[in-house]
Design a protein around this ligand. Sequence first.
Ligand code: DAT
Ligand code: MG
Length: 138
Amino acid sequence: MATEQTLVLVKPDGVARGLTGAILARIEAKGYSLVDIKLVEPDREVLEKHYAEHAGKPFYEPLVEFMMSGPSVAIRLAGNRVIEGFRSLAGTTDPTTAAPGTIRGDLGRDWGLPVQQNLVHGSDSAESAARELGIWFG
Ligand code: DAT
Ligand code: MG
């Protein structure tokens, strides 16, 4: 059993729409464990570190601005193959095409919102998870 930890964020759209509980229910039903959880209002410095890989891309600045538009919920999540497993639970990046059954596919409203409003973030590799958990949980 490969127990891992990953960083999950319920992004400002998820918190503002009152979907934190629904998202946590899916995470817990899958069998993952909440190790730490907090409501956070990240500043630009935190977000620039978190999204460093996307610096310079056209969606970078709108993404950072969106992430500063309201509180997020940061979660240190543990479980067997949780990095890959949570990404699967979340669905692909664009809620329009994310598969039904996933968080983004079921709950990501398809009303012409920008793609950055896709409810959740999940680390994409063991390296990203270690780096991002350091940024958000120190
Ligand atoms: P993911 O969150 O699925 O890991 P990512 O790391 O490629 O996706 O991008 C980070 C966030 O940036 C993503 O959740 C939403 C936003 N984003 C990505 N690609 C985008 C695009 N083409 N247009 C607008 N926003 C985008
Ligand atoms: Mg990513």
